[in-house]
Structure formats: C-alpha cells, structure tokens
Write a protein that binds this ligand. Structure first.
Ligand SMILES: C[S@@+](CC[C@H](N)C(=O)[O-])C[C@H]1O[C@@H](n2cnc3c(N)ncnc32)[C@H](O)[C@@H]1O
Length: 388
C-alpha cells in the first residue's frame, strides 16, 4: 500500500472537521474507539446497575444516618464488590483515553506544529508568559488530563490532546470532531432572548481550544470576538484551529475572574462549561467580571452541564462526590447545586433567566427552545442569562 500524499493527509484531516485535529493511524483509531466503547459501557451499563444497588440500600440507611447520609451510603456501597470495580474502570478508562490520544498527537507533533504557523491571521493570539493560573486549576489535573488545563510548554500540543481527547471523552455527543455544540447552544440562547441582536464585541470566558468561541465568530461575522483561558498550549491550538476554520478570534491568556478588558467593552459575555471547573469564590468573581465588562443592554450567558443535584437523592449526591474525587472535578458538586439565577441577580443582572436550552447544531438554524425542563443530557444544556 502506498502512503497517502501530504495533500491527501491534509484532505483527510480536513474531512474530520478541520486540519488541526490529530489524525489517528488505523491502530490508534481502534484503540480510541475501544476506549470510547469502554467508557460508554461503564457509563450506560455499570453505573445504572450501581444506582439500582444504591437505591435498595438507601431505604435502610437513611433513618439512622441523618448526620451524614451520603457518607453512610458510601460506606455501604464500599462493601459491594462491584462498586470498586466500577470506580476503577471509570477512572482507568479516563486515564487510558489521555494516554492513547497523547501517543497519537506526539507521533505527528512536528506536522501539527507546522500547521499551527498561520500566515496573515484574521484573529490574534496573546500569551502572557508570566501568567499565574488560579490554584483550583493547578492543584489537580482536571478530567485526569496529564499536565492539566494550564499546561504550557511553548507548543500547541496540549491543545491537540484536548481536542481529540475531548471528542472521544464526549463519546461524539458534543458535535463529533467539531465538539462545538455548547458554543452553538449558547449562541442559540442569545438569539432566543434577543433575536435581533447585532453585537459589536463578544467575549467567551474559559474558551479552552476555542470550540465554544468559533460558533460566535461564525454566527456574528461582523463582531469582534475574543476568547480567554488559563491554558497557554490550549490557546495556541485554539488560534490555529479557529484560523483553519475561517473564524476571526482574538485569544488571550487571562483569568475570567479579572481580565484586562476595560469596563463596559462587550455586548455579549458568555461561558460554556467553565464555572464547574473553578471554585465557589471564583464563580462569584466571574459573574461580577461579566457584569463589569458589559455595556448597558449587554447580555451575559453562562452555560453549564445540567444540574444533577436533586436534594435528598443520595445516589446523585454520592455520584457528584465520586466525580469530584475520581475525575478531578473539585467544584463539580458545588457548581451543580448552586442557585445560578440568584447569583446572577446578586451580581447586578436584571432580566435573569435560568433553564434548559435545546442543543443547537447551528445557532441560526436551530429551533429556539428554552424552558424549565431538560430534554436530557446532551439534548439540552443548563443556561443562566441576564442583562445589564
Ligand atoms: C470544560 S472546559 C470548556 C471549554 C470550552 N468553553 C468548551 O465549551 O468547549 C472549561 C475551560 O475553562 C477554563 N477555565 C477554568 N477556569 C478559568 C478561569 N478562571 N479563567 C479562564 N478560563 C478558565 C479551563 O482552562 C477550560 O479550558
């Protein structure tokens, strides 16, 4: 068999969504698909079985364990042999995901770095070398990704790992290799509450590799779109990815808690799946920063994973605790149980809405469905918005 020409490789990359995404060899793809299927099995088969066991145990433990019913349930579950097996598989499949994707990225590191050299960019990239990431980012590798979100070795390779890993991590449910449904959904929410809006400046906080930012630039091609994140490598990759997708975005390494942008300098400030990766104090600061940055009439949108927390549901509380502990998501439980609407009002926003926005594949074409009920995980996202 002859090797594909360099042109063929570029076309193969582009066919996957854009040329920056690491292209797996046959064996790497088989490995990644195996890990995806293993994760799916752990989530869809083993976890519900654990939930059924927990629900049987719950009735017996609640009355005598009122001080710490979650701890009591955990103690009971730890006596169940399959509980440990489930947790080990959950963590190990996640670790394997990053190792597999890292091998794939490292094999083509030189090629990806070369593709990251953009002549005449439409957007820009500003990396402050002295930037200090907040401790909730540096104290553990969120999602077990080695090196973590703030990693910066001067290359874009951690971003490449995040991109391919994210697509496998989400089991293809977040827009396949584009992985952009959160950004599309945030823009769909904006068009739901402000159908005629024509923003001049838009900011995506916690933009990561730009998967949530590019939808804003494509939805509002006349707007100046910015993305901030704490990760240097991720931002290098975000810049190259956006340029290859034809989107003009200005990326800079900054904390969303306090940015360098002037007061009242944006019409729209939004974030996608960022708040749960911060801390209770940081969430307050980020909402205050969103408020500071908005012009009169401006809109803030913060999209999060669906609120899983149901008070009194011990299994959900225990699951949240386990997610925090075994997937390094320290703020998971807090972020999924706070009253976002109340927090937005406390930050000075009016016209506050909190609910579920139907997942959009294309913000402009999507049905603008927003309401109190979730259509299910990945079919809708929890969104809180407010106006200045
Ligand atoms: C789950 S990722 C979501 C990325 C992207 N918004 C998306 O929807 O695909 C959360 C991102 O928030 C970033 N982040 C967390 N805390 C931050 C902060 N204080 N300032 C800026 N970015 C932050 C992380 O580095 C990470 O890239």
């Amino acid at each position: 068999m002859t090797s594909p020409s360099p042109k063929g490789i570029v076309e193969a990359r582009a066919a996957q969504a854009h040329p920056m995404i690491a292209l797996p060899s046959h064996d790497e793809l088989v490995e990644q698909l195996f890990i995806r299927d293993l994760k799916q099995f752990v989530m869809a088969e083993l976890e519900p079985a654990q939930q059924r066991i927990a629900e049987k145990l719950e009735a017996a433990i609640q009355p005598q364990a009122s001080n710490d019913p979650v701890g009591a349930l955990r103690g009971q579950m730890e006596q169940v042999g399959s509980f440990g097996t489930w947790l080990s598989l959950k963590r190990e499949s996640q670790r394997q995901l990053w190792y597999a994707v890292t091998d794939c990225v490292e094999r083509q590191a030189a090629e990806l770095q070369a593709l990251g050299q953009i002549d005449n960019p439409k957007g820009s990239l500003t990396i402050d070398p002295d930037f200090q990431a907040p401790d909730y980012i540096t104290m553990g590798d969120i999602h077990l990704m080695p090196g973590g979100n703030a990693y910066d070795d001067g290359t874009l390779l951690q971003g490449a790992v995040m991109d391919r890993g994210g697509a496998v991590y989400m089991l293809g449910r977040n827009g396949g290799m584009l992985n952009d449904l959160r950004g599309q959904t945030a823009m769909a929410h904006l068009l739901t509450i402000a159908p005629d809006i024509k923003p001049d400046r838009i900011l995506d906080m916690g933009c990561g590799i730009g998967t949530s930012t590019v939808p804003a630039a494509l939805c509002f091609p006349d707007a100046e779109v910015h993305g901030v994140d704490v990760g240097g490598s991720m931002l290098r990759y975000a810049h190259a990815r956006a340029e290859h997708l034809g989107a003009a975005v200005h990326f800079s390494r900054q904390s969303a808690e306090r940015t360098s942008f002037p007061d009242a300098s944006f019409d729209v400030v939004y974030s996608c799946a960022m708040l749960h990766e911060t801390s209770p104090a940081a969430m307050v600061n980020i909402l205050a920063e969103s408020r500071r940055l908005l012009r009169p009439g401006g809109v803030a949108i913060h999209l999060e994973v669906p609120l899983l927390h149901t008070f009194g549901d011990l299994w959900q509380e225990l699951s949240a605790e386990l997610e925090a502990q075994f997937n390094n998501e320290p703020n998971w439980r807090g972020a999924l149980s706070v009253d976002y609407a109340q927090m937005m009002r406390a930050a000075g926003f009016g016209d506050v809405r909190a609910g579920y926005q139907a997942t959009a594949f294309n913000a402009r074409l999507a049905a603008k469905k927003f309401g109190d009920t979730s259509d299910g995980v990945f079919r809708s996202w929890f969104v809180t918005s407010g106006r200045v």
